[in-house]
Design a protein around this ligand. Structure first.
Ligand code: UDP
Ligand code: MG
Length: 156
């Protein structure tokens, strides 16, 4: 089981898409293990997007992500990082495939509604930026045996 950090960016909040986007991840079968509305300071934003420092879109990206309240959540599931990014679609809204979150609801190259971690290392780093230990919950999902085939011991 893998963890990923998902952000519903300020445009998702402003455009009343929070419920829809969370539903997509829930319906897919992910377990929500942490969820809150918060604001991100410029310092947190710079840390979160450190890989993009120096790029031409870095400054407007920091302004965008810290421009209003956003939703952060931690999802748990098999191959959660890859699956969530597939559900988000490619970065630019106008290029993202229909059926994905960005493909269905975004047209902008910057205002693209969602963030998802891109590797296990960045996921752990990003989760630690946004969540304290006591804000994350370890609990049993009763229908897990219907989301995955666990009858043979492993998760398929
Ligand atoms: N972004 C932008 N201009 C670009 C590329 C990216 O404004 O040319 C923004 C966009 O909001 C994107 C974020 O910067 O989601 C991080 O970029 P990245 O390449 O990591 O895309 P992602 O991982 O979000 O698909
Ligand atoms: Mg990225």
């Amino acid at each position: 089981m893998e963890r990923t950090l998902i952000i519903l960016k300020p445009d998702a909040v402003q455009r009343h898409l929070v419920g829809k986007i969370i539903s997509r991840f829930e319906e897919k079968g992910f377990q929500v293990t942490g969820l809150k509305m918060t604001r991100i300071t410029e310092a947190m934003a710079r840390k979160h997007y450190a890989v993009h420092e120096g790029k031409d879109f870095f400054k407007p990206l920091i302004r965008y992500i810290s421009s209003g309240p956003l939703i952060v959540m931690v999802l748990k599931g098999k191959d959660a990082i890859e699956v969530a990014r597939k559900m988000m679609g490619s970065t630019f809204g106008s290029k993202a495939e229909s059926g994905t979150i960005r493909g269905d609801y975004a047209v902008s190259t910057r205002f693209n509604l969602v963030h998802g971690s891109d590797s296990p290392e960045t996921a752990e780093k990003e989760i630690s930026i946004f969540f304290k230990k006591e804000e994350l919950f370890d609990y049993n999902l009763n229908d897990l045996q219907w989301i995955y085939d666990m009858s043979m011991g492993d998760i398929v």
